[in-house]
Write a protein that binds this ligand. Structure first.
Ligand SMILES: Cc1ncc(COP(=O)(O)O)c(C=O)c1O
Length: 355
């Protein structure tokens, strides 16, 4: 073979790429590491899957996912031209970074937050402004966030945030929407599990994009579907940057069935929230320090503040959670809320370590 020589851009050679949460092959593991829903998707999704005519797959899908986007618009009480669908909300984020970041267009993000954002910024060779959350105040936003973000073309607020799981006062977000001079992107991957959301700000402010995913509350991480709502001019721009057929035919059909079944969504979310409260109580009994959880996971600091040790002990006992090394995050575990039985197994193992 001809000797290999890299033709990649320097940035690509230098970058590390995103590290997804582990998807282990062992079936008997208690898997609480990637914030999936412990309950199945809506029966309407399974019905749509059964009635899907596979022979249609010879055709291209609707490039604009029109029927699905109309359903999204209806559910969120916005017009169809304010909606774009993506292959997971990661796809929405990819389009957004293509659109609004460049070497002379920095992005501002929280710290800690979803670790994909800096990877997408790197691909664009865009500077990243990191705005540290206050660990001593349950990871609240700093008072001078507008000042810190002033040179950014886009500010990403993850609400509830990941991996910390807390939210930020809606009035503060409204103020950012009004006063920040770039795009305010509100990543609402976990908003269905929170007390409120910012969807209405997308209709009120022409610089606001709100994104959602089906991977958590709709229990469809395997399907890959997310969407964004924003001013029609923003949606028009994002449409120019998306992959031509970013939503396959089957996903369009199943995602629409999921999004139309709001009743099932509410029931599932209520079950997860109840389990979250019970799990929080058990962790507190073991003297974990918890960040107030508004998502389907809990960011929890063990009594000895050694996240790595707890992570390894759990893993050795076939329970996987997520651990983020780092001076601040390394003290914590991010634990997805599982079924009652999964949560009990987690607590039983932790009890062996901390009793
Ligand atoms: C804050 C946040 N945004 C977006 C995503 C991506 O979700 P999706 O599965 O829709 O690509 C995740 C996934 O974990 C997330 O934590």
């Amino acid at each position: 073979m001809k000797e290999y020589k890299s033709f990649f851009r320097n940035t690509v050679d230098e970058m590390a790429g995103y590290t997804p949460g582990e998807q282990p092959k062992m079936l008997d593991l208690v898997k609480l590491n990637t914030n999936e829903n412990p309950f199945p998707p809506s029966p309407a999704v399974l019905g749509a899957l059964e009635s899907f005519d596979g022979s249609m797959l010879r055709r291209y899908p609707d490039p604009m996912a029109d029927s699905l986007c109309s359903a999204i618009a209806q559910v969120n009480n916005v017009t169809r031209n304010m909606v774009i669908a993506g292959n997971g909300s990661d796809d929405i984020l990819t389009m957004t970074f293509r659109a609004f970041t460049a070497p002379d267009k920095p992005v501002a993000i929280l710290e800690p937050t979803y670790s994909l954002y800096p990877v997408l910024a790197k691909m664009q060779e865009a500077p990243v402004i990191k705005i540290a959350l206050d660990e001593n105040n349950n990871f609240a936003m700093p008072g001078d966030i507008l000042e810190q973000a002033k040179d950014a073309n886009i500010l990403i607020i993850t609400r509830p945030n990941a991996p910390t799981g807390n939210t930020f006062p809606k009035e503060d977000i409204r103020k950012l929407a009004a006063e920040f001079e770039g795009i305010l992107f509100i990543d609402e991957a976990y908003a269905d599990f929170a007390e409120d959301n910012c969807m209405d700000l997308a209709s009120e402010y022409s610089n606001v994009i709100v994104s959602r995913t089906s991977s958590k509350s709709l229990a469809l991480a395997g399907l890959r579907f997310g969407y964004a709502v924003a001013h029609p001019a923003i949606i028009e721009g994002l449409n120019k940057l998306k992959d031509s057929y970013n939503m396959d035919m089957l996903t369009q059909r199943l995602a629409e069935a999921a999004i139309r079944d709001q009743e099932y969504l509410q029931t599932t979310v209520a079950k997860v929230k109840k389990l979250r409260a019970e799990l929080a109580g058990e962790l507190e009994r073991l003297n974990f320090k918890l960040i107030p959880a508004q998502a389907n996971f809990i960011f929890a600091c063990p009594p000895d503040e050694d996240g790595a040790k707890a992570f390894k002990f759990l893993r050795d006992h076939a329970v996987i959670v997520r651990y983020f090394p780092g001076e601040v995050t390394g003290k914590y575990l991010r634990i997805t809320v599982g079924t009652a039985a999964q949560n009990k197994r987690l607590i039983d193992v932790l009890e062996m370590l901390y009793k």
